[in-house]
Design a protein around this ligand. Sequence first.
Ligand code: FSX
Ligand code: SF4
Ligand code: F3S
Length: 354
Amino acid sequence: MEKRESMWDVYLRKGMSRRSFLKGCVTLTSLMGLSTASLSKVVEAAETKPLPVVIWIHGHECTGCDESFIRSASPLASDVVLNDIALEYDHLLSAACGEPFEAHLEQTIQKYRGQYILAVEGAVSTKDNGIYCMSGGHTFTSMLQHAAEHAAAVIAYGTCAAYGGIQAAKPNPTGSSGIAHFVGRAPVVNVPGCPPIPEVMTGVVMHVALFGTLPPLDSENRPKQFYGNRIHDTCYRRPFFDAGMFAERFDDAGAKAGWCLYKLGCRGPETYNSCGNIRWYQGMSYPIQSGAPCIGCSNAHFWDEDPMSQRMPEYGPLGNVDKIGAGLAAVTTLGVVAHGAASVVQRNKREEEE
Ligand code: FSX
Ligand code: SF4
Ligand code: F3S
């Protein structure tokens, strides 16, 4: 029987040092949110477990998720793809194409039945039998169903795969939705964000790869270590929110002084993601740090919610939000409750409309 290489086997074959292998394991341990006590388990898994076979398919989307993935800096996406996983098929990253490439997909599915990880980007297009999203002569819907049927686990990368994303925005002309209803019995991890943070993408696939289990998930099947906090909870502008100091315009003195962006549409109080901790581009920045409000890109239906009109004082669901935050703790509490109420009002309105 064919012996499949482990991560350590790959390092040895490529003449890479034990030191770089261990450094890679330390990076992965911290990325997966594990304590240093778990390092020995990670090393053992990386030494002994065969590289996980990964099939990566794309439906209705903008390919921004793969664009994000290839910018993972720690670990480098190239290390993940070349040393840490066996990526057998990827609509975007594979150099191969055409009939031999499609035949290879089928061979991989049959050869590794029940063992491979299926990574999915993009929504499923259901209208008119799925003809609005096809590749290799097949609808994406049928490709997804077939590949998912034999997968050990499915990772839904991006808000499109998790919830439908921009394709599902009103009036949703292609009948797009998230992938969950099309994957059968395989367990699904949702990794939302438009796109998700690169290191979150690598962290999730490496957890499944090394431990053969899903990471701890929340009620929306999101990995808790990356989606356990709201953007608001880790926001460095939070003291301004608490003090009731809001930018009113993108170019006013408050904006230039770095005040809270709530009145400019920030959805940080209702958005779960790691942008405030991990940030983007090697920890360089994230939307709020660049002066843009969080638009809730990891939330379902975020395309249908207009952050501007629903947050500006004169149009907001709470009326004039100037009453929020007079610099007192009690008022801060009111503000947080108000965020929750605003979210519920908007969600109820959306559900009624749907
Ligand atoms: Fe969607 Fe991803 Fe946004 Fe784009 O694959 S989550 S439109 S960044 O590309 O699916
Ligand atoms: Fe930060 Fe937005 Fe919360 Fe203001 S509302 S503190 S900018 S997350
Ligand atoms: Fe998206 Fe908000 Fe982060 S818009 S990138 S979840 S700060």
